[in-house]
Design a protein around this ligand. Structure first.
Ligand SMILES: Nc1ncnc2c1ncn2[C@@H]1O[C@H](COP(=O)(O)OP(=O)(O)OP(=O)(O)O)[C@@H](O)[C@H]1O
Ligand SMILES: [Mg+2]
Length: 284
């Protein structure tokens, strides 16, 4: 029995708390190609519980975005099921805030209008008189207040990425699905955005799925890290991160951080090596 379970009060609803909110059940995805179906996900199963922060790490092109797209409701599995609170995902919804790998902002709306967009949807719960204040707050937090009336094409790549974050956070979704959300940011902004995300989670208690290529970022933010194999993606290893929340910069100095980093890097390198062998075989 884990320490947490041993220390739980006798009447605590342990099983109810552990009920998964997200379930990938033997998920297979195949895409048609000229050479026949290409298998991208190969019977992948994963549960995510309320309040968990799960990072997915694996080689480029292995199927991570495909995995997230199914939970976001943009793609159906070829076989298997993706369940949200026990019901099969049938399309996108306001409960899931998605931050796309390529920013996902509307080019025809200004910064202010982009952030306000989700708030205006009928499904959003934020009362109308509060909209302007919410938009101002997230523009300030993301350092975009001076660019409120600019269009995305006049922003830098990093600013567009911050705009995508502001837009997703502003509607306060229960789930955040983030696909390399900090990839285009400089090192300082990236750290600031990671800390801001931890603050948002602390205040609002969300369930998060994050795709990242940064091992340090995964350890710093997550409660669990899922290392996936080269394509077709299967789960290689699931690693429990031993640090609790609230979490701060000090965890970087913890000797367990360096051990985890070495362990995960080794696994990811092995999967990249497996992938390059496959590519050599394909080109033979
Ligand atoms: N709609 C689609 N039709 C056909 N093939 C697709 C489609 N979407 C993705 N693929 C292919 O599936 C594979 C996995 O793509 P995916 O975007 O999930 O990878 P990824 O793990 O997110 O990679 P990266 O780390 O580079 O973002 C790739 O070979 C990609 O070309
Ligand atoms: Mg991707």
């Amino acid at each position: 029995m884990s320490n947490a379970a041993m220390n739980a009060p006798v009447n605590a609803p342990v099983s109810a708390a552990a009920e998964p909110r997200v379930r990938f059940e033997n998920v297979v995805v195949e895409f048609p190609t000229a050479q026949g179906p290409m298998r991208v996900l190969d019977g992948l199963s994963l549960d995510i519980c309320q309040g968990e922060f799960v990072s997915i790490i694996g080689p480029s092109g292995c199927g991570k975005t495909t995995l997230m797209n199914m939970l976001a409701g943009f793609l159906q599995p070829t076989r298997g099921r993706v369940l949200l609170d026990g019901k099969e995902v049938s399309g996108p919804g306001p409960d899931r805030g998605v931050i796309f790998q390529e920013y996902g902002v509307f080019p025809w709306l200004t910064v202010r209008q982009n952030i306000a967009f989700g708030l205006r949807l009928a499904s959003n719960k934020t009362p109308r008189p509060e909209h302007a204040a919410v938009v101002e707050r997230y523009m300030r937090l993301m350092g975009l207040a001076d660019f409120a009336d600019h269009f995305p094409k006049h922003l830098s790549g990093g600013m567009r990425q911050r705009l995508a974050l502001a837009r997703a956070y502003a509607v306060r979704p229960e789930f955040l699905l983030m696909d390399e959300p900090f990839g285009a940011l400089d090192a300082q902004t990236r750290t600031a955005m990671q800390d801001l995300l931890l603050e948002v989670l602390q205040a609002e208690g969300k369930t998060v799925m994050l795709i990242t290529h940064s091992v340090d970022e995964a350890i710093y933010l997550s409660s669990r890290i899922v290392v996936v194999t080269a394509r077709p993606a299967r789960i290689r290893t699931v690693i429990e991160v031993p640090f609790g929340y609230p979490r701060g910069e000090a965890v970087h100095e913890d000797p367990r951080f360096a051990q985890l980093r070495a362990q995960i890097r080794e696994l990811v390198m092995q999967e990249y090596a497996a992938q390059s062998k496959q590519q050599v075989r394909l080109s033979d």
